[in-house]
Design a protein. Structure first.
Length: 364
């Protein structure tokens, strides 16, 4: 059984390696949807969800994997995911992104990760538990889209597949910018170039992430853990283990998140991108606050951008899709205050200065 639990380390390392090399970042994707009107990373997420959902449909139909029946707290999912969305913009990365960026040497991500883990533990097991229960207990309902609507899961998967395919085709058919980015000099050759240097389209990255997420289901279930990828509870369990020394807390999920860090470190070192980077005071402040909000929000919502946004959505769960929409709204809200409002103020100030200079010239 021990070696089965350690298998989480290999799945996590694979995920961390892929995400670091392809820069698969949901926090940045949600931000770009609002700030830059660029939906490419969101469509990449839909691809990853679709790949996993098709695979899960096959695995559940053949009895290889079983998705446990569950309920979800409506209010907690909405509020928690919204808070989580605010946190990922402040910290500069979602829960998984924080783990893999810590593996690159970003001190800010380390701070966000510590705040995220401790707040998750405090919410799931400690002083914030009554608050979480108060939000969640009164509003638990069935989360299965198939059971609540009577529409079979395969139809929901088919609808998702069609929508995703249409969006992907439309995106790929868009004319490319006329200006070409200068090509960087190739440093490596052969397999090293493919693994550590070659740039990959977000849609290719999404297929890889979706396949890793799918693999996590049967591998995790061999240990008795009936779920796929998950970040928040394992992060909280690490803190609990450090405090209590209870080795029972070191389950497959804990090795998964540790593996993300290891895989990212290997990818960053191999591509020569690893570097210890100390952020400024403002970034340190935002990283810590963002980590706290992520830990509390993900715990209340029962999942982060991976647990809810990638995994629950693939199971055709109301919880996953409602959480995804709520965290995107949270990310957009904080993006307004951090990026959009300062930009508008700068533009307004520049316009006022231009008018002042123009008026002064005319007077002269």
């Amino acid at each position: 059984m021990a070696w089965l639990i350690i298998s989480g380390l290999f799945v996590g390392a694979l995920l961390g390696f892929v995400m670091q090399r392809t820069r698969f970042c949901l926090a940045g994707g949600f931000r770009d949807m609002y700030v830059q009107k660029n939906n490419k990373m969101f469509y990449a997420l839909l691809i990853a969800i679709t790949v996993q959902s098709i695979g899960l449909l096959i695995l559940t139909s053949t009895g290889i994997v079983e998705i446990p029946k569950a309920s979800y707290p409506v209010v907690g999912t909405v509020i928690g995911s919204f808070i989580f969305g605010i946190g990922i913009i402040l910290s500069g990365g979602c829960a998984t992104g924080t783990w893999y960026r810590a593996g690159e040497g970003l001190i800010g991500s380390w701070l966000a990760l510590v705040a995220y883990g401790f707040t998750s533990a405090a919410t799931k097991f400690g002083i914030l538990l009554p608050l979480m229960n108060g939000l969640n207990k009164p509003t638990n309902v069935n989360t299965s889209m198939a059971q609540t609507t009577g529409i079979p899961t395969w139809i929901w998967v088919l609808i998702l597949t069609i929508i995703t395919a249409l969006l992907v085709v439309r995106t790929l058919r868009k004319p490319k910018p006329k200006f070409a980015m200068p090509k960087l000099k190739q440093k490596f050759t052969g397999i090293r170039h493919v693994l550590f240097e070659k740039k990959y389209h977000p849609f290719i990255a999404a297929i890889a992430v979706g396949l890793v997420a799918l693999i996590a289901w049967p591998v995790s279930e061999t240990t008795g853990r009936m779920y796929g990828l998950g970040i928040t509870t394992p992060s909280a369990n690490i803190v609990q283990f450090l405090v209590t020394g209870d080795f029972k807390l070191l389950d497959w999920g804990v090795f998964l998140v540790l593996g993300i860090f290891v895989g990212s470190y290997i990818a960053a070192k191999g591509s020569r991108e690893f570097k210890w980077r100390l952020p400024d005071k403002k970034t340190i402040r935002n990283s810590v606050i963002g980590g706290v909000l992520m830990g509390f929000g993900a715990s209340v919502a029962g999942g982060c951008s991976i647990g809810n946004g990638l995994v629950e959505t693939a199971t055709m769960s109301w919880k996953g899709w409602i959480a995804l929409a709520s965290m995107i709204l949270g990310a957009w809200t904080m993006s307004y205050f951090i990026f959009v409002r300062p930009m508008k103020k700068a533009q307004k100030s520049q316009t006022s200065s231009t008018h002042s200079v123009s008026n002064g010239t005319q007077t002269t």
